[in-house]
Design a protein around this ligand. Structure first.
Ligand SMILES: Nc1ncnc2c1ncn2[C@@H]1O[C@H](COP(=O)(O)OP(=O)(O)OP(=O)(O)O)[C@@H](O)[C@H]1O
Ligand SMILES: Nc1ncnc2c1ncn2[C@@H]1O[C@H](COP(=O)(O)OP(=O)(O)OP(=O)(O)O)[C@@H](O)[C@H]1O
Ligand SMILES: [Mg+2]
Ligand SMILES: [Mg+2]
Lengths: 226, 226
């Protein structure tokens, strides 16, 4: 479902500063896989995730999504992938600040024409333990609660590709385990999962572990016992 | 240095919704202690930290800082505590978006009249591994890099009370250990540390562990072997 070839991302800041965030990544992910991505802070994980989620474009290289080259897609085609196929949990949540939790979660459903958007959004928030926070706005929520709203929003349309960038970074052990079991059951249904994490314990829930360092893949191995 | 008595914080949202974020906390912290605070997402940790940092006021109860009641201090006195005595690492960083990393870190120094602000800020960023990111603005930094800028800014004036709200939540293991060893050496110098974390391993660096649940303290114990 995902194939990247020599993916490169370079930022130019001012006249002299060049940051090579990705330096030529090549890998592929089959449908139904559960891949964890680890690596030091600043190694390029979020940059890669944004490209995979069609939220950014590489400087060089190719990204094939379901066999189609993304750099040859129209804006409409890319938007359809982003809104229908892909569920993205952002490392910094990206919630709409002036709307409530349930309105934030129902947005992708409304956008996709679901009639029971409010009901599905409420159930999604219930599953992440936020039934009593439906009408709170993000600044009336703890950071971990905001993270769970972001998770609920990413998963509510039942996307076939889930890109989760540190979804448990701000959660206590019990909430982390609950979120991981939701993700696990989605994978059991055949959905493809790519999960960035800093925690070794979390990575062990995946079936394959890709390690980044300075914008390059340094290892790509199955997870033992999985 | 810190004493709270029956600290309560209640939020009123709209007409019907009341959130009791803190339900009557009482404890004290002596100078030079190293206290970890743990608890489920939404249990009141950040709310407590904001009150301890003089960034918020309780609904009821008393907060004595260096023996003085904070609710009887003038705005100037509170500001002096915030800017001179306390270093606060925010869970959501709170960096100025349009200024570079080094300018963000030098701000407390400039505010306090240091002449070598730029030099001290540069050294602080070097200590957290961001020497090559001095002139990047927050949106040109990874989330973990932003977190390290927030840490450098909190510590740069050498405050006697350090309040760190999940300072390693978005850091890889190696960066976390580096940050914790900086915090440990500050405690070795006699500074008081209060550190919120979700990770048991991180909490074991402290000498005392306070657990919150639903806005109450449920345990307050020394950390074994420390
Ligand atoms: N402005 C607000 N209005 C209403 N409720 C609020 C407000 N700010 C926080 N809350 C609620 O207060 C409770 C405590 O929030 P707090 O941010 O202190 O939790 P926390 O322990 O830091 O959680 P986390 O581990 O997720 O960061 C939460 O249930 C939250 O929903
Ligand atoms: N807009 C930008 N301009 C310049 N450099 C950038 C920009 N965005 C990111 N970078 C740099 O690209 C590198 C990769 O960033 P990225 O956010 O992908 O890291 P990451 O692996 O997700 O890190 P973390 O674990 O801290 O979240 C970092 O060194 C960062 O400083
Ligand atoms: Mg990242
Ligand atoms: Mg918090």
């Amino acid at each position: 479902v995902i194939e990247v070839q020599n993916l490169t991302k370079t930022y130019q800041l001012g006249r002299d500063t060049v940051v090579k965030a990705l330096r030529g990544l090549s890998f592929s992910i089959q449908e139904g896989e559960f891949v964890a991505i680890m690596g030091p802070s600043g190694s390029g994980k979020s940059t890669l995730m944004h490209i995979l989620g069609c939220l950014d474009v590489p400087s060089k290289g190719v990204y094939l999504l379901d066999g189609k080259e993304t750099n040859r897609m129209t804006d409409n085609q890319l938007a359809r992938f982003r809104n229908h196929k892909i569920g993205f949990v952002f490392q910094s949540f990206n919630l709409l600040p002036r709307t409530s939790a349930v309105e934030n979660v129902e947005l992708p459903l409304v956008y996709n024409g679901y009639r029971n958007a409010r009901k599905l959004a409420t159930e999604a928030l219930d599953r992440v333990g936020l039934m009593d926070r439906l009408h709170h706005r993000p600044n009336e929520l703890s950071i971990g609660q905001q993270q769970r709203v972001a998770i609920a929003r990413a998963l509510v349309t039942g996307p076939s590709l889930i890109l989760a960038d540190e979804p448990t970074g701000n959660l206590d052990t019990r909430s982390s385990e609950e979120v991981l079991s939701i993700i696990q059951s989605l994978n059991d249904e055949g959905r493809t999962i790519v999960l960035v994490t800093h925690e070794h314990d979390i990575s062990q829930h995946a079936k394959r572990l890709v390690r980044l360092r300075d914008g390059l893949i340094v290892s790509d191995e199955p997870v033992s016992d999985r």
